[in-house]
Design a protein around this ligand. Structure first.
Ligand code: GDP
Ligand code: MG
Length: 243
C-alpha cells in the first residue's frame, strides 16, 4: 500500500570548498522547485571548507527562506554531510545532489515525477558523462563490480543523485559506520535490503568551478573503495548469517 502523498522534498547538498558553485546551485534549484507539485527546500551543508563556502551559504540562505545551511567545523566527509542534512530536513522525501553542478538541479522535478509515477523505494539518476571523460572508465568498472558483488543490475550503482523517503535513507546510513567511502555503497545497502529502484537518465556535466577531491586518475581512491566493497559484502553476508 502506498502511504500518504508526500508533504515536501528536502534537497541535501554537501559542500566542500564549493564557494563558486553555491549561489548558482541555489538559484537553479529554486527555479527547479517551481515546477514541483509539492513544497521543497535546499539544505547546503558546509563540511569544514577552507574557502568562502560558508559565507556563500549564509548569503543565499539569508535571501531565501527555502534555503538553509548547516556547518561542520571539521571535515566529516560526504556521508557526514548527508547525515546533517537529514537532521535538518523538514520534509518526508529527500533528494541527494552534488553541489558542484555535475548533477543538474533541473533534473530534480524529473526524479520527482518518476517517484510519483512508478512508486519505487528509490529513484536513482543514471549519470551520463560528457564524451572523453577518463574518470568514467573507473566509474563503469566500479559499477560492474558493485552489481556483481551484490547481485544487482543498475546502470549507475553508485550514483548519489537519488530521491527517496527520509526514513529509507536513515535506514541505509545505519550501515555507514566504519566505512570511509560509504557514499559509493549506498546503492549496495539498498540492494541487500531488496529495495526497488527506478532509474532516470540524466546528463552528468563537467565541473565548471572548484576541484574534485578525487583528481583525474583516481587510482588510489578506487583501490580503497574496492577494498570497502569487499569488506561491506562480507559484513552483509555475516549479518544475514546471524539473523
Ligand atoms: N560534505 C562533504 N562533501 C564533499 C567532500 N568531498 C566532496 N564533497 C562534495 O561531494 C560532491 C562530489 O564531490 P566531487 O569532489 O565533485 O567528487 P566527484 O564528482 O566524484 O569528482 C561535491 O558536491 C562536493 O562538494 C567532503 O569531504 N565532505
Ligand atoms: Mg563532482
Amino acid at each position: 500500500m502506498r502511504d500518504l502523498p508526500p508533504a515536501g522534498l528536502s534537497v541535501i547538498a554537501p559542500c566542500f570548498n564549493e564557494e563558486a558553485n553555491v549561489a548558482v546551485l541555489s538559484e537553479r534549484s529554486l527555479a527547479a522547485f517551481q515546477s514541483l507539485p509539492i513544497p521543497a527546500e535546499l539544505l547546503l551543508i558546509d563540511d569544514g571548507s577552507s574557502d568562502g563556502t560558508w559565507k556563500a551559504i549564509e548569503q543565499v540562505s539569508a535571501q531565501n527562506a527555502a534555503v538553509r545551511g548547516g556547518r561542520h567545523v571539521r571535515n566529516r566527509g560526504i556521508v557526514g554531510g548527508w547525515k546533517t542534512g537529514l537532521e535538518l530536513a523538514r520534509y518526508d522525501l529527500v533528494c541527494l545532489i552534488d553541489s558542484d553542478l555535475q548533477n543538474r538541479p533541473e533534473d530534480i522535478p524529473r526524479l520527482m515525477q518518476a517517484w510519483l509515477e512508478h512508486a519505487p523505494d528509490i529513484v536513482q539518476a543514471v549519470r551520463n558523462p560528457q564524451p572523453n571523460e577518463v574518470r568514467s572508465v573507473f566509474s563503469r568498472g566500479l559499477n560492474l563490480i558493485l552489481n556483481a558483488s551484490f547481485g544487482m543490475n543498475l546502470a549507475d550503482n553508485k550514483s548519489g543523485f537519488i530521491l527517496t523517503r527520509r526514513s529509507t535513507l536513515l535506514e541505509l546510513l545505519q550501515d555507514a559506520q566504519g566505512f570511509r567511502y560509504f557514499q559509493s555503497l549506498l546503492g549496495a545497502a539498498a540492494g541487500v535490503r531488496a529495495l526497488r529502484f527506478h532509474e532516470v537518465q540524466t546528463q552528468f556535466d563537467r565541473r565548471q568551478a572548484g576541484t574534485s577531491f578525487l583528481g583525474r586518475y583516481p587510482i588510489r581512491v578506487s583501490a580503497r573503495v574496492l577494498a570497502e566493497v569487499l569488506r561491506y559484502r562480507i559484513h552483509t553476508l555475516r549479518k544475514r548469517g546471524s539473523e
